[in-house]
Design a binder for this molecule. Sequence first.
Ligand code: 13P
Ligand code: SF4
Length: 333
Amino acid sequence: MSVMNVGLAGLDLRAEIERLRKERNAVILAHYYQVPEIQDLADFVGDSLDLSRKAAETDAEVIAFCGVRFMAEVAKILSPEKTVVLPDMAAGCSLEDSCPPEQFARFRAAHPDHIAITYINCSAAVKSHSDIIVTSSSAEKILSQLPMDQKIIFAPDKNLGAYFNRKTGRDMLLWPGACIVHEAFSETELLKLKLLHPGAPVAAHPECPAYILDHSDYVGSTRGILDYVLAAPEQTFIVATEPHIIHQMEKAAPHKLFIGAPGADGNCNCNMCPYMALNSVEKLYLALRDLQPRIELDEETRLAAKRPLDRMLQMASATVGQGDLGSARVTGD
Ligand code: 13P
Ligand code: SF4
């Protein structure tokens, strides 16, 4: 339904969201790829690991999740007693789409000697067929706790998996999925931009293909990229991830210049996540008002998806050495 049809004209949406946040005992969580107006309204802005931890810890009764569906699902998996709303239920993810649960289950069954390490960007059903969930900020630490001879399926992001294969010396079997946003960056355009800004470090997300990461000075999660550009002494940075994160960079370091890495046509617009863009302040207001659209999961799937997520939260906080956790297989199948 168009927001124009529901009588929102004239409403002070910020004030209304503030009122509903209190009335509903709600917390608003936002990913760095949300539009600035949403980031500025949120109680907490973070990367996927930060947001999972917040979702698990909050004592709010309602979580309004400004991100994409798999993120809101994680909140529901970890906090089933809470009402979790997503401003637009159509906010999916190309990585999730690339990994249908039935195909993934068949692939797993065909490799019984492998464990499945799955990137958090997937459906609850795929999580339920996985042994350990990882985010880009937790994957390396989690892999470091597994024996080097452990056979691993890594799904669904082939670029992220290839990056961690290179970084850790493993040979994980990669599911052939990719993020449409990070695949849109152009090596040629990036090299042209580097020539225009000599000395400007490139900070990239590991969902980018190797031909972008090979030209990068820093590779990490959205939060990692943010921390890097704020701490580095340089004044100009090229940012190879979804450009809405630049909002937090400009707020924290207004004296620095942050340039979004270009796509094939030299125009950054193709690097904006079309799924994240479905959320809006109006839809956030409606979600808090109506407590819809709401994430619902059947209990069997939720519990099966929770095991590998709990494993991630445990291993991401652990101080143990390589192999200390022994067998990582936690699925019942
Ligand atoms: P992180 O925020 O964990 O780096 O994830 C990036 C992303 O693409 C989320 O969809
Ligand atoms: Fe999915 Fe890529 Fe959008 Fe993240 S940026 S939600 S990985 S499509």
